[in-house]
Design a protein around this ligand. Structure first.
Ligand SMILES: [Zn+2]
Ligand SMILES: [Zn+2]
Length: 352
């Protein structure tokens, strides 16, 4: 993620801002130029202060305070490039659903920032009924015995359980599943990984290449998952996988690796935006040092990305520990995991 600057007054701005804190200008995000723009009202529309000057309108979901993205006023859809994929939004007559939806949309917009920066193909279910992308944000049935919503992906349809927007409930699930990390953004990055496996691997003619790296995905998925939940991950999983869950089936390995790839690229971009430099004073070990000055969304070498990422995570984990928090990146990347990340990197950039 980048940092932004108010075109009117020069104030530093963040992706989620809706108003400039210094000059009070209304702000909106222009997904096709990937910038946040200060706006002047212009009749029923808004004029961007970002160049080239454009007449725009807000996504319809701005009315609910869940989206700050702009659209072309001539577009038929009243929804933006991130919200047009929503198939089911939460029932807003239920108190607390709006604040949960806000948290879900914040994560989803962050995801779409990355997908657009990577020029990944995005087709909605309306454009491609047989496998296009759609989101359902669903609440569990009322009462303890009612069916529970499972977060997951099925042929383009991504379901996110509304309960996951509740910090206490998500933390309870994280502990129960013995996961070192669980976040809404992590769910989005993982589930979209399944979608892009369909699009870029299966339909992209890369199945054999992918199997050579991630293993044979033709083994029965449900049986594999049941075995994982019964037996857990093999003892040496860290030597081959980014997470314990990635051991359950090659599809999950791919989705977990894909999610890590997005974590890494996007966090490095932010570190670069802040001009972060890591140089531990107690060692001359070059592998622990990095001057993060790169655009990791461009097709740079994966080695460059990893060489910057490892020192950054050592530093960030230590900062988090100093604050009494969990590690920022509670994972270890083995050479095999890095090979898998490199495969994802190549598939993503082949597509451009
Ligand atoms: Zn300003
Ligand atoms: Zn929107």
């Amino acid at each position: 993620m980048k940092l932004f600057r108010c075109q009117n007054c020069g104030q530093l701005l963040y992706f989620e801002n809706t108003h400039c804190e210094r000059c009070s200008h209304r702000l909106g995000y222009l997904p096709w130029v990937t910038t946040l723009s200060a706006l002047d009202p212009e009749n029923d529309h808004w004029q961007t202060l970002a160049k080239p000057k454009l007449l725009v309108r807000f996504c319809e979901n701005a009315g609910h305070g869940v989206c700050n993205w702009l659209t072309d006023p001539n577009r038929v859809s009243s929804l933006c490039e991130a919200c047009r994929f929503n198939r089911t939004i939460p029932d807003l007559t239920i108190e607390q659903n709006l604040s949960r939806w806000r948290r879900i949309e914040a994560a989803k917009h962050w995801l779409f920032y990355s997908l657009i920066r990577l020029h990944l193909p995005l087709q909605s279910q309306i454009e491609d009924p047989s496998g296009g992308l759609a989101f359902d944000f669903l609440a569990d049935a009322v009462g303890p015995t009612g069916p529970k919503v499972l977060t997951g992906h099925d042929n383009g349809l991504i379901t996110i359980s509304l309960e996951e927007a509740d910090d206490a409930e998500r933390e309870r699930r994280r502990t129960e599943m013995r996961e070192p990390y669980r976040s809404l953004l992590g769910h989005f990055r993982h589930e979209i990984g399944h979608y892009f496996w369909d699009v870029l691997v299966r339909d992209g003619g890369r199945l054999d290449d992918c199997r050579a790296v991630f293993g044979d995905d033709s083994q029965d998925y449900n049986t594999a998952l049941q075995a994982y939940y019964r037996n857990g991950a093999p003892a040496d999983w860290q030597e081959h996988f980014v997470s314990a869950y990635a051991t359950s089936h090659p599809w999950e390995d791919w989705a977990e690796t894909w999610a890590h790839y997005l974590h890494i690229v996007d966090t490095l971009e932010m570190a670069s935006a802040f001009g972060v430099r890591v140089q531990p004073r107690v060692t001359r070990d070059e592998t622990l040092s990095a001057k993060i000055d790169m655009d990791p969304y461009q097709g740079i070498d994966m080695t460059e990305i990893i060489d910057a990422w490892l020192p950054l995570t050592f530093a960030m984990n230590s900062l988090n520990r100093a604050m009494g928090n969990h590690d920022l990146y509670p994972f270890v990347l083995s050479p095999t995991a890095i090979e898998k990340l490199t495969f994802v990197h190549e598939i993503v950039h082949l597509n451009v």
